[in-house]
Write a protein that binds this ligand. Structure first.
Ligand SMILES: C[S@@+](CC[C@H](N)C(=O)[O-])C[C@H]1O[C@@H](n2cnc3c(N)ncnc32)[C@H](O)[C@@H]1O
Length: 455
């Protein structure tokens, strides 16, 4: 081998690539390609990538880096697209393979992750050279990212980050539902990584101390450090599970569940089933997805909690018995969870919401028929869209005389929290639950109402 060939071989060797972080960048670009171009949910693609795909062999640190690049690329996509449009004189070429995710993730590293320009640019060029469809644009990648490195930070800082990083379809929905000031506050809370919330089986104060977190007024524990969840103290022994503070509210609205028969419709992956079982209820967990029910089973087994598991379509499910209480945490657009799932704005659309509203209506109608007279039904969605929350419940009350709203009272646990509305329902926003400093604050956007069967 000549000297030059040897140099070339070492430049391309996997060992050197690992050292300079190329596999993490390749994983990030592939994940972004799957989400933005193939419209696949990030959690699913991440799962596949880890379980045998392109992240399988990556050291934990590189996986974390790939995830960080993807997260910031999605959160700041509007600002980055603005810059790319400014610097790409002839626009983005068509049929260029992974060129766009390479540029997006390269710019994200330069602008928001403090990666040294020579590293971010060199790796982006090499990624382009690996992709047969993008490789003829390697010089373009170099030129555009150099301009981003030189001029991008000032331009990006001059943009209205909350507005430009929110796709128009969501911005107009939130302005018309909640007004511009709240729409802006919602959007602003999507720009940073959220803290990690846990529900502990017992002793939140103790676990807060042990995990260097803080106990929440909603009953859980909040952490900033996010190593591998499976390696954190308490995970293996089933002392806690991951659940956002707002997501823990609906099950709490059912009050004392000890000894009650409760159906958790749309139960998987089981966060709320676990809360109900822990509160002493005898729970039937229903979900239409076999794969998600398998995860529910694994989660309950780790936690040492029990529930009967039924795979069924809950719009049609009609068992013999009637229940003391039902929790219906319906499938929804998930627009309240964008802090945790920054891919949602690019996967969902107005049309999905129309379709989901129709399914939620059917689920609600069936749920009411499964209740004993006097039984309680909590309906919740992790959506910021009133059509999936407030209006859905108002429409049910208007058409079904056999069900009434059971407003949350101020004197019940959590009843005096600021998110309990005058109507007696719960509405949380991602900017709620303000604690010391933005990094400790926020919660998912949720709606929850408690109803009672009167007829
Ligand atoms: C918001 S998630 C539920 C989260 C769960 N309650 C928790 O706390 O972990 C909605 C669930 O509804 C399920 N689902 C969607 N349509 C359904 C239907 N027609 N019948 C039963 N389950 C359904 C989905 O598989 C998904 O697991």
């Amino acid at each position: 081998m000549t000297m030059t060939a040897r140099k070339e071989a070492s430049r391309l060797s996997p060992t050197r690539d690992l050292q300079v972080g190329l596999p993490a960048r390749r994983a990030a670009a592939a994940l972004l390609d799957a989400v933005l171009q193939k419209k696949q949910p990030l959690d699913e693609v991440l799962g596949r990538a880890r379980d045998g795909g392109y992240m399988f062999d990556l050291p934990v640190r590189d996986r974390a880096l790939a995830r960080a690049i993807v997260g910031v690329s999605l959160r700041r996509r509007g600002q980055i697209d603005y810059l790319l449009n400014t610097f790409l004189e002839r626009g983005l070429p068509a049929r260029a393979g992974t060129l766009y995710p390479i540029l997006l993730s390269g710019a994200a590293q330069l602008l928001f992750l403090n990666v040294a320009p020579h590293a971010a640019i060199d790796l982006a060029v090499r990624l382009a050279q690996w992709d047969p469809r993008a490789k003829r644009y390697d010089k373009l990648v170099n030129a555009v990212l150099r301009r981003v490195a030189e001029k991008g930070a000032d331009i990006a800082a001059s943009l209205d980050a909350a507005r430009i990083n929110t796709p128009d379809w969501l911005w107009s929905r939130w302005v018309s539902a909640w007004g511009e000031e709240r729409a802006r506050a919602i959007a602003a809370s999507h720009l940073a990584e959220p803290p990690l919330d846990l529900i502990v089986k017992a002793d939140p104060e103790l676990w807060a101390e042990r995990l260097s977190g803080r106990a929440l007024p909603t009953g859980g524990v909040r952490l900033l450090s996010k190593g591998r969840i499976e390696e954190m103290p308490g995970f293996a022994e089933g002392a806690w599970w991951v659940q956002d503070a707002a997501a823990s509210l609906p099950a709490q609205l059912l009050g004392d569940m000890a000894g009650k028969r409760v159906a958790d419709l749309c139960a998987a992956p089981g966060g709320k089933t676990a809360q109900l079982a822990l509160a002493g209820a005898s729970v039937v967990a229903v979900d239409s997805s076999k794969a998600r029910l398998d995860r529910l089973g694994e989660n309950l087994a780790r936690l040492g909690l029990k529930a009967e598991v039924v795979q069924a379509d809950a719009t049609l499910w009609l068992p013999e018995e009637r229940f003391d209480a039902i929790l219906l945490d319906a499938p929804c657009s998930s627009t309240g969870t964008i802090r945790r799932h920054p891919d949602v704005p690019y996967l969902k659309s107005d049309r999905d919401i129309t379709e989901l509203v129709a399914v939620q209506r059917k689920l609600l109608e069936n749920a009411v028929t499964l209740l004993k007279p006097g039984g309680a039904l909590v309906y919740s969605t992790c959506s910021l869209e009133p059509q999936e929350g407030e209006s859905q419940v108002a429409a049910l009350l208007a058409r079904d005389a056999g069900v009434a709203l059971d407003p949350i009272r101020e004197d019940e646990p959590l009843g005096d929290m600021p998110w309990t509305q005058a109507s007696g329902c719960i509405r949380t926003f991602p900017f709620d639950l303000k604690l010391d400093g933005p990094e400790w604050s926020g919660m998912d956007g949720f709606f929850a109402a408690r109803l009672v069967r009167t007829g």
